[in-house]
Ligand binder design. Structure first.
Ligand code: KIV
Ligand code: ZN
Length: 552
């Protein structure tokens, strides 16, 4: 029986995380991530900001419907994840939010209103009295829809603590059950933020009726330190994102908080119920779908996090891993077991490995495609390891969301040193139900030629804003992973809608053939762009990050 308090993990990857510059997740991607967060064992998923657009509303509603009742992998918690939606402190926002989260078994409305004098005076142009009035009205209305209401005084980190106590006391009276304290601009020092939490817990009237929560941004690289200081000083909920993605320098990274608590069970007065063995897999999924690469030296989930380079360290590790390792790689799901499955291996063994890697509920059709991909890889590669299988399964997700308009049938490339590269591509036009093909020369090598041939085939121009290639695992037979981001080429579009030229779309694909990986990822990103354009024309498009920064 745990003697510490349970720490509530509130994941905002799909809301604040999605506000990362250049990140636009579509609904299918959000649902995949939400399912994985539920399996991981987070307590609350902030699924989005429903008022932002019809697309955002629908994404929250679908998550509430499809994930808000799922129990897969939640044995430790014993109930489905709470689905939360964000709302400004206005009736329209709150009503829309309530409607979006309604299908979930457990639901929360999160209302926010700025409290710092800076925001009150310059942004909202209201005084403190009006601020309290609006906050109370918002919480009262939210409570008329749900029992679980969170209130955030935006820019709390730079607000007057005594005024905060006043606002928080009033919203508790109005029925707020969680009080979230955002360091919105990542300004606070750890001691300062910890003291603020302690002060609010001590001096807010009725504070014992609510749970205090941290919400830290990483502008000074202190988000994790500040969040931990908050826990030490009374916070029992943390707002976090996978890989720390989020506005500007990002939010507190979930994996860092969970593993800090895990590693120091006697230091922090809390415990968590996250399945840590799914952390790496979740990180990879979010990185793949968001197009935000994880830096190699990132704590817990970076490629180098469990590698030991120096001879002295390697020697120590061989003698006893604890000499230089405070967390075992297996604890967070990083395994280096080379799967001894080959061409002759059965489906059952492959399914078992998929389950162990976190893919417990893959549909039969997806499993078959992944199994075919695995078999094809076995023909080409001697040792198929977990990283390869994860890549195959991630390709599946990308294929779901990135093949609405065009799929790649084949490519042919002529390339070499001191020669002009040429490429031809054959695509399947899904809407027209026919094959299309074209060829092109590339002034900058074979990948340039392929991208040019694809643009000619689909009859559109795109701006390549990111192109990364990395190896999945080691050896010359390693899969190559291509990560691509495209935007519309403003020179070749005549639309007046500025949103068309501002959105960026990412896709990443791993393949044994790096040229094929680049072509498929490029096409995946183009497909996403086209889906979004279509939604834009129909008035159902999701909003972009900057549009969510509405300032009421
Ligand atoms: O950083 C912030 O203040 C927020 C609020 C909306 C909670 O994200
Ligand atoms: Zn935030």
């Amino acid at each position: 029986m745990a003697t510490t308090d349970k720490l509530i993990i509130f994941d905002t990857t799909l809301r604040d995380g999605e506000q990362s510059p250049g990140v636009t997740l579509n609904t299918e991607e959000k649902i995949e991530i939400a399912k994985q967060l539920s399996r991981l064992g987070v307590d609350v998923i902030e699924a989005g900001f429903p008022i932002a657009s019809i697309g955002d509303f629908e994404a929250v509603q679908r998550i509430a419907t499809e994930v808000g009742s799922l129990m897969v992998g939640r044995e430790k918690i014993g109930h489905p994840v709470t689905i939360c939606g964000l709302a400004r402190s206005t009736p329209n926002d709150i009503k829309r939010c309530a409607e979006a989260i309604a299908p979930a078994a457990r639901k929360r409305i999160h209302v926010f209103l700025a409290t710092s004098d800076l925001h009150l005076e310059h942004k909202l142009k209201i005084d403190r009295e009006e601020c309290i009035k609006r906050a109370v009205a918002a919480v009262t209305l939210a409570r008329s829809f749900v029992d679980d209401v969170e209130f955030s005084p935006e820019d709390a980190g730079r607000s007057d603590p005594d005024f905060l106590c006043k606002v928080l006391g009033k919203v508790i009276e109005a029925g707020a059950t969680t009080l979230n304290i955002p360091d919105t601009v990542g300004y606070n020092m750890p001691e300062e933020y910890g003291s603020l939490i302690a002060y609010l817990v001590k001096n807010t009237p009725g504070s014992e009726k609510a749970i205090f929560s941290t919400h830290c941004h990483n502008d000074l690289g202190l988000a994790t330190a500040n969040t931990l200081a908050g826990i030490s000083n009374g916070a029992r909920q943390v707002e976090v994102t996978i890989n720390g993605i989020g506005e500007r320098a990002g939010n507190t990274a979930m994996e860092e908080i969970v593993m800090a608590i895990h590693t120091h069970p006697n230091y922090f007065p809390v415990h968590h119920t996250v399945n840590t063995t799914l952390i790496y897999r979740t990180s990879q999924m979010v990185s793949t779908l968001s197009g935000m690469m994880v830096q190699p030296n990132k704590a817990i989930v970076g490629r180098n996090a469990f590698l030991h380079e120096s001879g002295i360290h390697q020697d120590g590790i061989l003698k006893n891993r604890q000499t230089y390792e405070i967390i075992s790689a297996e604890t967070v799901g990083v395994t280096d077991i080379s799967l001894v499955l080959g061409k002759h291996s059965g489906r059952n063994a492959f399914r078992e490995r998929c389950k162990e890697l976190g893919f417990a509920d893959v549909s039969d059709a997806d499993f078959q495609t992944a199994f075919d991909g695995f078999k094809a890889l076995c023909d080409k590669k001697k040792n198929v390891n977990d990283a390869d299988i994860l890549a195959i399964l991630s390709n599946q997700i990308s294929a779901h969301v990135g093949s609405a308009y065009y799929t790649l049938i084949s490519t042919q490339v002529v390339a070499g040193a001191d020669t002009t590269s040429m490429a031809s591509v054959k695509l399947f036009d899904v809407k027209a139900e026919k094959e299309i093909c074209d060829a092109a020369v590339g002034t900058n090598g074979p990948v340039d030629a392929i991208f040019e041939a694809i643009q000619r085939s689909v009859g559109r121009r795109f701006r390549l804003t990111k192109f990364d290639i990395s190896a999945v695992g080691e050896g010359s037979d390693a899969l190559g992973k291509a990560e691509i981001q495209v935007m519309v080429d403003p020179a070749t579009t005549n639309t007046q809608d500025s949103r068309l030229t501002k959105a960026a779309f990412s896709s990443s694909i791993a393949d044994i053939d790096i040229i094929a990986a680049a072509a498929k990822a490029y096409l995946g990103a183009i497909n996403k762009q086209l889906v979004w354009e279509n939604e834009l024309a129909a008035g159902t498009a999701r909003s972009l990050g900057e549009e969510r920064q509405v300032d009421v």
